[in-house]
Design a protein around this ligand. Structure first.
Ligand SMILES: Nc1ncnc2c1ncn2[C@@H]1O[C@H](COP(=O)(O)OP(=O)(O)OP(=O)(O)O)[C@@H](O)[C@H]1O
Ligand SMILES: [Mg+2]
Length: 564
């Protein structure tokens, strides 16, 4: 059971949390920094998350900083104390960060005049939320954030085969479905944008789990000239046409007993679509120039990034073949942008993978030797982590690639048109560039902000990240991504992706996100005006902010989009 510590001077939110989130364990609350640090000193390893209030109405001697002389000397004593109380949470967070850099913290406040996001980000809080003193809304908002932080910080599943599913619900559901489709001889359609893992899924997951003893044979139909396609698929007998000087097997025969993966199926001519239909219906086909029929025993997996349904409507794909391919169970792999909930875990997975590439592995070994880190035997992976949180302790059996918060954000916010293919390449470059410099110029090793030099931490320079992203950003113009596509330019419409598997709630959230984004811009970024439009109450900006929070819309991103 996840354990949560609340640091708050009142019991109100603790009670609310216990009522509405019985699935988590809430420790008794602590009311000041001293008690918090005592609890953490004893139980840090048991605590998964901290909820931290900002305003602490507590006696002067409990307030941070301990030595207040300088602070109080800056103005009227009572006013200064009041200021300390109103922002005490940030001082606590600052201290927590120094002692427990990897502890996830959500900052919460019901003071609507605080620029919460600025301090929360500066101090690297996991998330923040404005509360409304409305039990139902507050509980819902807190629960969403608690859930999202807990899923993010849960350790990524151990070696899951080469296809990485990540830690989100959506992907877990998809995995379950694909595992079922993998069995037996049902054909499978895989859809998804370029680089989303279609080929990998077919080869490493579906074929593996199909328990078919034959081979996996992949054909990319976009690379085979039309006039050779039939011979390639079905084989050809000697003398069938000029040039057919010997008989050749087709891929159907080669994949017999196994899996035939037809990539870019949209390239198949209507005539060959007909032949393929016969394969599916009667398990029979005829090599080019042959009178004899042969039996086909393949599991057919097809992939495309075109919309086959649309191709059927426009007459470019046979409806009977489409229906035979089992379209109601088509698998759609999400883009990297759609998997951003999982970004930290994806980053870690791919970083580990690129670190195993021979060239990077060499660099890692050189670096490790120079700095006295453990070098694993060559058949064992380097233990590599990556992220914007420093691991608390030095560990000579692990190397941490440390990203500055801005770099993490730049990678997170990027729209990755080439999806995982591009992401992997980028990370590989990042590791190479970072390590080459350090291995060749060990004197340039960057020290951490507090001057500490840690052999187990490699600081990735923000400039390296920026330079690697720059060519792409220039070409495409960086956008704020809502994850569901952009609202139309004139703001008169929203985009809804038609995914039959999507829940109604996901669809309405997507619409709401786009609507709020648009409205925010139309109102020149003035939340009061947005609230006026939505609720008829210009003073309800906080409600709007709360809702944006729940929808995962970050004011920071919206503001940046306005200025950029
Ligand atoms: N879920 C994943 N887990 C691990 N690696 C992935 C995943 N998705 C994609 N990749 C990696 O990204 C790269 C592109 O994947 P893949 O070739 O399967 O994409 P694709 O959808 O077939 O692209 P295209 O439409 O261009 O053929 C590969 O290097 C693959 O290993
Ligand atoms: Mg592919």
């Amino acid at each position: 059971v996840p354990t949560i510590l609340i640091i708050d001077d009142e019991d109100k939110y603790l009670e609310l949390c216990r009522r509405h989130m019985p699935e988590h364990d809430f420790l008794d609350p602590v009311r000041n920094f001293r008690s918090a640090s005592e609890v953490l000193a004893r139980k840090r390893s048991e605590i998964d998350l901290v909820l931290l209030d900002v305003h602490f109405d507590i006696p002067e001697e409990e307030l941070l900083p301990r030595d207040k002389r300088e602070f109080l000397a800056r103005g009227d004593r009572e006013k200064q104390l009041e200021r300390l109380r109103r922002s005490q949470g940030f001082r606590i967070l600052h201290e927590l960060r120094r002692r427990h850099p990897d502890l996830p913290v959500i900052v919460m406040t019901s003071q609507d005049d605080l620029p919460l996001e600025i301090d929360a980000e500066r101090l690297d809080a996991e998330d923040y939320t404005y509360l409304l003193d409305d039990e139902y809304l507050d509980a819902r908002s807190l629960r969403l954030q608690v859930e999202s932080v807990l899923t993010k910080t849960r350790p990524s599943p151990e070696a899951d085969g080469p296809f990485y599913w990540g830690v989100t619900r959506h992907m877990a559901d998809l995995k379950r479905r694909v595992s079922i489709l993998a069995r037996g001889q049902l054909p499978v359609i895989i859809q998804g944008p370029t680089g989303s893992g279609k080929s990998l899924l077919a080869r490493e997951f579906i074929h593996d789990r199909s328990n078919r003893s034959g081979a996996f044979v992949a054909v990319d139909l976009s690379t085979i000239p039309d006039d050779l396609m039939a011979a390639h698929l079905f084989g050809v007998v000697k003398g069938a046409y000029t040039g057919a000087t010997s008989s050749r097997e087709g891929v159907l025969a080669r994949a017999s007993g196994g899996t035939l993966f037809l990539d870019e199926i949209g390239n198949l001519s209507l005539e060959l679509q007909k032949s393929l239909l016969l394969v599916l219906q009667d398990r029979r086909y005829r090599p080019v120039g042959s009178v004899e029929e042969r039996v086909a025993d393949v599991k057919l997996v097809v992939a495309t990034n075109e919309d086959l349904g649309e191709m059927v409507r426009s007459g470019r794909f046979r409806e009977d073949l489409f229906m035979r391919l089992n379209p109601s169970t088509a698998v759609r792999l999400p883009s990297l942008m759609e998997r951003r909930d999982d970004f930290a875990a994806l980053l870690e997975f791919f970083a580990q993978r690129v670190c195993a590439e021979p060239y990077n592995r060499d660099l890692l070994e050189q670096y490790a030797e120079q700095r006295g880190l453990h070098v694993p035997p060559s058949d064992e992976a380097f233990n590599v982590t990556v992220g914007r949180r420093l691991p608390a302790k030095v560990d000579l059996h692990r190397l941490h690639l440390h990203l500055h918060a801005n770099s993490f954000r730049a990678l997170h916010d990027f729209d990755w048109p080439g999806n995982f293919r591009q992401f992997e390449m980028m990370l590989s470059n990042l590791v190479t560039f970072t390590l080459v410099e350090l291995v060749e110029h060990p004197e340039q090793i960057e020290h951490l902000e507090d001057g500490e030099a840690r052999p187990d931490v490699v600081v990735v320079r923000p400039r390296t990240v920026a330079e690697l992203l720059a060519p792409w950003a220039r070409d495409r113009g960086l956008r704020v991504a809502t994850g569901e596509g952009e609202p139309a330019d004139d703001g008169s419409s929203v985009l809804v992706a038609l995914e039959p598997a999507e829940s109604l709630n996901a669809v309405s959230c997507a619409v709401e996100r786009q609507y709020l984004t648009r409205l925010y811009h139309v109102c020149d970024g003035d939340l009061g005006r947005v609230a006026e439009v939505l609720l008829g109450d210009a003073d309800a900006g906080r409600k709007v902010q709360l809702r944006m929070n729940q929808l995962g819309l970050k004011l920071r991103d919206l503001k940046r989009a306005r200025s950029g």
